[in-house]
Design a protein around this ligand. Structure first.
Ligand code: GDP
Length: 479
């Protein structure tokens, strides 16, 4: 590790010129922005009377996120559910309907607040819903290494059927390995045709129970409230199958679901507790921010003193505003919190100053990684101009699989490449293949930001050839 003279001086609260003078005495002529190595820095610090503590990533992060809890400490925890589906199929309506009917202690007269997630109760079983529908948030979190969702409820409008974003949502859930429950919505409409939905889902290899498969489906109406209870029952059932557990008797860890700077209240973050119990007074670190929990509020705006696993709470008391997707951990004291946050903020600055070359989601990178890890999967996102091409490409690429390596198609869809495709690809470090389609501006920017390669083709043969070459370690130069 190396450090600039300025940075070293800052950290010791000394003047940079004094550092430079000391270096001069040792025969080194340096300027304020020059970089010195850790050993030299340590010598200088010692000369100036500072005790040196070298902080490496492992030092700082060590023990922050604990090892898995012992089996006998684990207790059942509520499932965390995200609702996904095509626009206008009723995601928001469904979230609202469930919430209005069922919010825990809603009868206590609290005013419901949007805090990014809420909990409901069904026959004594709690369920946590992430209150931001759609897959953008879901996949962005996943891209950051956070797993916020146990179950995806896929909403499909019975009068509209499977649409492009339905298929995207399926791909996102699959890529994350999260089970799907299908909610066939708008069943109250005269034009509703739930069987059409069931049949169309077969194209995406979702076989619902009534057709002999193992994906749970429920016909619902967010408008009339029909079958909402049954949907909740099915979620509880699915959760039981998953045997979701966490240790509530330990310091808390979790995830930031939402965060913003509130004019009156300062930084406010909704934290989904994943392990342990979060309490007022705890000192916590979230990404590159820290704070002492001054107060916690639930979705009814009511103060709570503690929050156990799967409970979302709005936390007041952060020094700065963390970001959605940041991991949260309670630490033993303020000094520790500051140490971690200092380190992370420094890293953030350093990262920002390094231009992100060498993209991670490129065919070439993928090939290198395959060689390094011997990993057997080759993830890809495919977008094509027509369904027939998308299918033909997916089929051809799948056929390339060998004993050592197989393509894993995260999503193959019709239409231009969008930001949503990039987030999906980024979560698995997958390159994107565009066949007779282009990426829009937002997608191109996101791809640059995330380091995801987009390759364009208009001849299937070329495409298959490149993928084959990448898979066998003989990639031709980018065309
Ligand atoms: P989202 O884009 O998926 O969040 O969809 P919305 O929840 O905004 O719903 C889109 C439209 O469908 C709105 O006009 C809703 O009132 C309507 N809608 C949602 N659910 C139902 C339902 O079960 N029955 C009927 N008839 N309309 C619904």
């Amino acid at each position: 590790e190396a450090i600039t003279i300025q940075e070293l001086a800052n950290r010791m609260a000394e003047r940079a010129v004094d550092v430079i003078k000391l270096l001069m005495k040792q025969g080194q002529m340096m300027k304020i922005n020059d970089v010195i190595d850790a050993d030299t820095a340590e010598l200088i610090a010692a000369e100036l009377g500072h005790t040196v503590k070298r902080v490496s990533e492992s030092d700082v992060e060590e023990g922050l996120f604990s090892e898995a809890d012992a089996e006998d400490t684990l207790l059942p925890r509520p499932p965390v559910v995200t609702i996904m589906g095509h626009v206008d199929h009723g995601k928001t309506s469904l979230l609202d309907a469930i919430r209005n009917a069922k919010v825990v202690s809603g009868e206590a007269g609290g005013i419901t607040q949007h805090i990014g997630a809420y909990q409901v109760e069904k026959d004594g079983n709690k369920i946590t819903f992430i209150d931001t529908p759609g897959h953008a948030a879901f996949t962005q979190m996943r891209a950051r290494g956070a797993r916020a969702t146990d179950i995806v409820v896929l909403v499909v409008a019975a009068d509209d059927g499977v649409m492009p974003q339905t298929r995207e949502a399926i791909s996102h859930a699959r890529a994350a390995g999260v089970p799907i429950i299908v909610a066939i919505n708008k069943i109250d409409k005269p034009s509703a045709d739930p069987n059409r939905v069931r049949t169309e889902l077969l194209n995406d290899e979702i076989v619902v129970e009534s057709m002999g498969g193992d994906t749970i489906e429920v016909e619902v109406s967010a408008k009339t409230g029909q079958n909402l209870d049954r949907l909740l029952e099915m979620i509880v059932l699915q959760a039981e199958v998953l045997e979701l557990k966490a240790n509530p008797n330990r310091t808390a860890e979790g995830l930031v679901i939402e965060a913003q700077l509130d004019k009156g209240r300062g930084p406010v973050a909704t934290v989904l507790v994943q392990k342990g119990t979060l309490r007022v007074g705890d000192i916590l670190v979230a990404g590159a921010e820290w704070g002492r929990v001054r107060a916690m509020l639930d979705e009814n705006g009511q103060q709570v003193k503690e929050a156990d696993p799967s409970k979302p709470v709005e936390v007041l008391g952060f020094q700065g505003t963390p970001e959605a997707g940041d991991m949260v951990a309670v630490v033993e004291n303020e000094a520790r919190a500051r140490e971690i946050v200092d380190y992370r903020q420094r890293q953030k600055r350093e990262k920002a100053s390094v231009v992100r070359a060498g993209s991670r989601g490129s065919l070439e990178q993928m090939m290198n990684r395959l060689q390094e890890t011997g990993k057997k999967e080759f993830p890809l996102v495919i977008k094509a101009d027509v369904q027939g091409s998308a299918e033909a490409i997916a089929h051809a690429v799948e056929k390339l699989g060998t004993d050592e390596v197989a393509a894993r198609i995260l999503h193959s869809g019709v239409g231009g490449i969008t930001e949503s495709d990039i987030t999906l690809a980024a979560a698995s470090n997958a390159p994107i293949i565009g066949f007779n389609v282009r990426a829009n501006k937002q997608a191109r920017e996101a791809a640059d930001r995330e380091g995801i390669e987009i390759r364009y083709y208009n001849i299937i043969y070329d495409l298959v050839d490149d993928v084959k070459a990448a898979m066998s370690g003989l990639l031709s130069p980018e065309r």
